[in-house]
Design a protein around this ligand. Structure first.
Ligand code: HBI
Ligand code: FE
Length: 289
């Protein structure tokens, strides 16, 4: 299934909510091997890069490198910790379906896994991006509440025509967010932890900006879907992220209506600048977004 396939109706074999059976017993040894290769690479790299809740989640769910996890096994543990469960989907699902699942503490995870020649990058979320990248953070009660609140906010945003602003919030937090703890900057974003190169770039490279998280600033900031992020936003804690998501967004949307987007790679006067990047990685390449 490719990312551009028809999102109007569930594909054959999928339920009305786009879920499918994971069919864990049908994965081939080669597919399990891809998971183990990716897992062993990332878990070694992330020990001093990922945030503590992520590393705790990996342990709690026992996502060690012995192949693609059986969602049924993960769910027994995950449901007990935060009431979340992983449901299998064929790939990207329509926004409304996606938010509906999140609002009910169901994380839609692609069941397919990338091929050995796609180890370092693929456009559509596969089971490694979704389960290794997203699911460990769902074992943290505060982040678990944030993701459910995000789902509810997504359903409201769809009705009000603010999906683009909400998608940016997701992208700059759930996918590419950094947090600061007593050891310094740490990663919590799924798009980063599931990428070897970006797990290094986001913390070590002089190129990207690293700015304090601010809800309206984040919602004014487009993102890259085809390259490393030119700017990473840093939250002071998961509690602060949850608090930002629990406020009434109506006044936020009113303010956004009076403000322009902030071009990718720019820093503006009121930014909390933790690191002003040189932007050398992106240079003058046109943004895809
Ligand atoms: N579907 N399976 C899947 N996974 C996603 O991350 C996803 C999606 N559909 C929509 C979507 N993400 C985005 O539009 C939201 O993050 C805003
Ligand atoms: Fe994702």
């Amino acid at each position: 299934m490719d990312g551009t396939s028809n999102l109007d109706s569930p594909p054959p074999g999928a339920s009305a909510d786009w879920t499918i059976d994971q069919g864990w017993e049908t994965y081939s040894p080669g597919e399990h091997k891809v998971w183990t290769t990716l897992y062993e690479r990332q878990v070694a790299l992330l020990q001093d890069r990922a945030c503590a809740p992520f590393l705790r989640g990996l342990e709690a769910l026992d996502l060690k490198g012995d192949g693609i996890p059986d969602f049924a096994r993960i769910n027994t543990e995950l449901m007990g910790l935060t009431g979340w469960q992983v449901v299998a989907v064929p790939g990207l699902v329509p926004d409304a379906i996606f938010f509906e699942h999140l609002a009910h503490r169901r994380f839609p995870a692609g069941r397919f896994i990338r091929t050995p020649d796609q180890l370092d990058y693929l456009q559509e979320p596969d089971v490694f991006h979704d389960v290794f990248g997203h699911v460990p953070m769902l074992t943290d009660p505060v982040f678990a509440d944030y993701m459910a609140a995000y789902g509810r906010g997504g359903l409201r945003a769809l009705r009000k025509g603010h999906l683009d602003h909400l998608a940016r919030l997701y992208w700059h937090t759930v996918e590419f967010g950094l947090l600061r703890d007593d050891k310094g900057l740490r990663i919590y974003g799924a798009g980063i932890v599931s990428s070897r190169a970006e797990s290094v770039f986001c913390l070590d490279a002089p190129s990207p900006h690293r700015l304090e998280f601010d809800l309206i600033r984040v919602m004014r900031t487009p993102y890259r879907i085809d390259d490393f992020q030119p700017t990473y936003f840093v939250i002071p804690s998961l509690e602060a992220l949850l608090a930002a998501s629990l406020q009434d967004f109506a006044p936020v949307y009113d303010v956004l209506a009076t403000l322009d987007d902030i071009p990718i790679g720019h820093v503006v006067a009121h930014d909390g600048v933790l690191h002003r990047g040189r932007q050398t990685h992106h240079g003058t390449r046109p943004a895809a977004q």
